[in-house]
Design a protein. Structure first.
Length: 269
C-alpha cells in the first residue's frame, strides 16, 4: 500500500483509542490547559456524532494534582504520587465531564491496573463495560488506577503502553498518541535541529529503536521509548498507531481524514 493510500485507509476506522499526554493537557506550570481540553472534547464529541467510537486514555492525574497541591514537580515518592493522582484524577474527570457535556456526551471513568490487563477475567469485564459505554454513545476515559497500584507509577509503567493494551482488548482499529512532539524522528528534535520526521514506519527495526531515546517532562512521564513500545505492541496485534502533536486537537480530524500528520506505524506490512 502506498503511503497516501494507507493514510486514506485511516478514515475507515471506527473504534479509535486516543491517548493524551500530560504536556498536552497542562501548561508548563502544571495548570490545566482549558482551551486545549475543551477543543479535545469538541473534536471527540464531533467524531462521536459521525458514529466513530472514541476511547480516551488520559494522563495528567499526577501532574494536575501535584500542581493543585502547590508542588512544583511530580512527587518523587510513590505515596506522594498516589496522593497527587487521587486529587488530579477527580479534577481531570470534572473537566472532561463538563466539556463533553457541553456537546451532549457523557464521560465515563475507567481506572485500570496492570492486573486488569493481565487477567483474562478482568480484561473481559473491562472490554464488556467499554463496549456497552460505546454502544450508549458515552466516551470512556481510561487512566491507570494510580492510587491503589504502585506498578502503574513505577519506572516501567506508563500510559503509552496502557493505551496500546486498551486498544487491543477494546478491539480498536487505531491508536493515536497525542503528545508535545510532532511524531517519530530519526534523532531527538529538541537537541538535533536536523532531525527528520518519519511519515510512516512499517517495521520496528534496530535503527528505529536506536532513534527512540529516553525523555520526559517534569510533570509527565514517558518519551519516545515508551511510545515506540506502545506502537510495537499495537502493531503485533494488527493495530496501526499514529504519534502526533496534540498542540492543536483538530489534528485528530485531519488524521482521520487521511492527512499526512505525525508518524503512522502501519499494521499489515
Ligand atoms: N497515570 C499517570 C497520570 O495520570 C500518567 C502516567 C503517564 O503519563 O504515562 O498522571
Amino acid at each position: 500500500m502506498e503511503i497516501s493510500q494507507a493514510r486514506e485507509h485511516l478514515s475507515l476506522h471506527k473504534r479509535i483509542v486516543v491517548k493524551i499526554g500530560t504536556t498536552t493537557l497542562t501548561y508548563p506550570n502544571g495548570t490545566l490547559n482549558l482551551q486545549r481540553i475543551e477543543r479535545i472534547c469538541w473534536v471527540v464529541a464531533d467524531l462521536c456524532n459521525q458514529n466513530k467510537e472514541i476511547i480516551i486514555v488520559t494522563s495528567g492525574a499526577v501532574g494536575v494534582g501535584a500542581n493543585s497541591l502547590g508542588m512544583e514537580q511530580r512527587p518523587k515518592d510513590i505515596i506522594g504520587r498516589q496522593a497527587a493522582s487521587a486529587v488530579g484524577q477527580a479534577m481531570l474527570m470534572n473537566i472532561y465531564h463538563r466539556f463533553l457535556m457541553a456537546y451532549n456526551r457523557h464521560a465515563a471513568q475507567i481506572l485500570l491496573t496492570r492486573e486488569c490487563v493481565g487477567s483474562p477475567g478482568r480484561k473481559e469485564n473491562a472490554h464488556n463495560t467499554i463496549c456497552q459505554l460505546l454502544a450508549m454513545g458515552v466516551v470512556p476515559i481510561v487512566n491507570a488506577n494510580d492510587t491503589i497500584a504502585t506498578d502503574e507509577l513505577g519506572e516501567l509503567s506508563d500510559n503509552d503502553n496502557l493505551s496500546a493494551h486498551v486498544a487491543i482488548f477494546s478491539e480498536s482499529q487505531l491508536l493515536v498518541i497525542l503528545s508535545d512532539i510532532e511524531g517519530f524522528y530519526n534523532k531527538d528534535p529538541r537537541t538535533n535541529p536536523k532531525a527528520v520526521l518519519f511519515s510512516e514506519v512499517t517495521e520496528i527495526t534496530p535503527k528505529i529503536e536506536a532513534a527512540a531515546g529516553g525523555s520526559g517532562s517534569s510533570l509527565g512521564t514517558g518519551g519516545m521509548a515508551t511510545k515506540l513500545t506502545a506502537a510495537r505492541t499495537a502493531l503485533e496485534h494488527g493495530i496501526s498507531t499514529v504519534i502526533a502533536s496534540g498542540d492543536d486537537p483538530m489534528i485528530l480530524l485531519r488524521i482521520l481524514a487521511g492527512g499526512q500528520e505525525g508518524t503512522l506505524f502501519r499494521a499489515g506490512g
